[in-house]
Design a protein around this ligand. Structure first.
Ligand SMILES: NC(=O)c1ccc[n+]([C@@H]2O[C@H](COP(=O)([O-])OP(=O)(O)OC[C@H]3O[C@@H](n4cnc5c(N)ncnc54)[C@H](O)[C@@H]3O)[C@@H](O)[C@H]2O)c1
Length: 389
């Protein structure tokens, strides 16, 4: 017998094989983690009984990067658990979700990635370097710290891998988080964008601290992979959204949803014409683990991780959030256009961004499975259930 909430599921939800959630915010995360645990079984099996380090694990992507292997541990009690360690400087505090996780397989360590690896830490078998300031609002405030995490913090890990490469316990896989922003503002003929596109990026503009340090980070990764034969994978995420992304992060979707949950009009700080393809975070994190798990076969290779369609503009995104707000919460606001107080808010903001993901599909078996309306519905239900909303 379906519950009342289940019987209210939309066609989108019912058609989506990953959508075994009952319409409540609490069930969003549980169903996402169950699906990821299944899709990544072959990757997590390789990590069984091993130590996994996630730098920057307290951030948005950390939310599922940390919880997915723990969910796999819970789903496979007969197998040795993956031991997960988070290194983060916790500059924005320890998030409530992380302190609430109650797993013997999880450790958190307060450490800036610019500090050398403590001697008493385990010899990590698998490493993910996600530590960076990722939100434009914050990286423009802290440009030096942003560059340092992407370049010097990365270099420490690469040197550490190199030192261990010929020893008894080499690192089995490493994932560097780059960004789709390394393409800058592509000319129209390069959209959708393949990994081979070289980019159209300013070296000195307000976003350069982020874009250029990610570009150099990729160059470091490629050359360490080639020179020392190291299993290094590179992810280029395209506009992820969903559970874990703080409502005050300054990225566009949480800004819109905050307006809806506060019963205010949605404030759009642009002409609304810039387009993006938005990828639900349970899909993208699956893609990141596929890169990590297959890094030994694709050393130094960058992968676009995102979704190819639909490419929608900010006005369309706002309209969808209004419609879903009405469906889910009886919202009756509208979209209003304003100018940001920040004069650099839109400087070097790409007009269009859309990936070709064929390489990840072909070499990793990656795909995005959650359509935009289902993903937005899940995200909005999740935000509704957050105490800090
Ligand atoms: N979320 C996206 O859509 C997206 C898109 C492109 C690239 N990325 C990249 O993915 C990675 C994770 O992104 P996110 O959205 O989770 O970012 P986030 O800002 O939400 O989280 C980053 C985490 O890194 C930590 N951190 C920052 N500098 C650090 C340092 N020097 N030492 C230790 N910890 C530090 C922060 O405290 C935070 O917990 C980043 O490298 C980001 O650039 C994300």
């Amino acid at each position: 017998m379906p519950s009342a909430a289940q019987s209210e599921m939309s066609g989108d939800q019912m058609n989506d094989s990953n959508s075994e959630w009952d319409g409540t915010g609490e069930s969003v995360v549980a169903s996402d983690l169950a699906a990821m645990s299944q899709r990544l079984h072959h990757v997590f099996s390789k990590m069984s009984g091993k130590d996994l380090l996630i730098t920057g694990g307290a951030g948005f992507l950390g939310y599922y990067l940390v919880q997915a292997p723990l969910a796999w541990n819970d789903a496979n009690p007969e197998l040795d658990p993956i031991r997960v360690t988070v290194h983060d400087n916790f500059l924005r505090g320890v998030p409530g979700w992380l302190s609430a996780l109650d797993s013997p397989a999880l450790r958190t360590v307060t450490r800036d990635v610019l500090a050398p690896m403590p001697e008493d830490e385990p010899r990590f078998d698998w490493i993910i370097h996600a530590a960076s300031i990722a939100s434009p609002i914050f990286y423009r405030q802290f440009p030096i710290e942003t560059m340092d995490a992407n370049v010097d913090g990365l270099r420490l890990i690469l040197d550490h891998m190199k030192e261990r490469a010929d020893g008894p316990n080499p690192v089995e896989g490493f994932l560097f988080f780059s960004t789709s922003e390394i393409y800058g503002d592509p000319q129209p003929e390069h959209i959708p964008t393949p990994e081979t596109y070289r980019g159209n990026v300013s070296a000195t503009g307000p976003r350069a601290c982020y874009d250029e340090s990610k570009r150099y980070g990729e160059t470091l990764c490629v050359n360490f992979a080639q020179q020392y034969n190291l299993p290094i994978g590179i992810a280029r995420p395209f506009n992820n959204y969903g559970p874990g992304l703080k409502i005050d992060d300054g990225r566009v979707l949480p800004d819109f949803v905050r307006n809806v949950l506060n019963g205010e009009d949605i404030v759009m700080l642009s002409d609304g014409l810039a387009t993006r393809t938005f990828c639900y975070v349970a899909d993208s994190v699956t893609g990141y683990y596929l890169i990590l798990g297959n890094a030994v076969d694709n050393p130094g290779e960058p992968f676009n991780i995102g979704t190819q369609t639909p490419e929608i503009n900010m006005r369309e995104l706002a309209d969808r959030v209004v419609a879903l707000g009405a469906e889910l919460f009886g919202y009756s606001g509208q979209v209003v256009q304003k100018t940001s107080d920040d004069p650099e808010y839109l400087t070097d903001n790409p007009n269009r961004r859309s990936p070709i993901i064929e390489k990840a599909q072909r070499l990793l078996g990656y795909d995005s499975t959650i359509n935009i309306d289902d993903g937005l519905r899940r995200a909005m239900r999740w935000y509704e259930a957050q105490p800090e909303r």
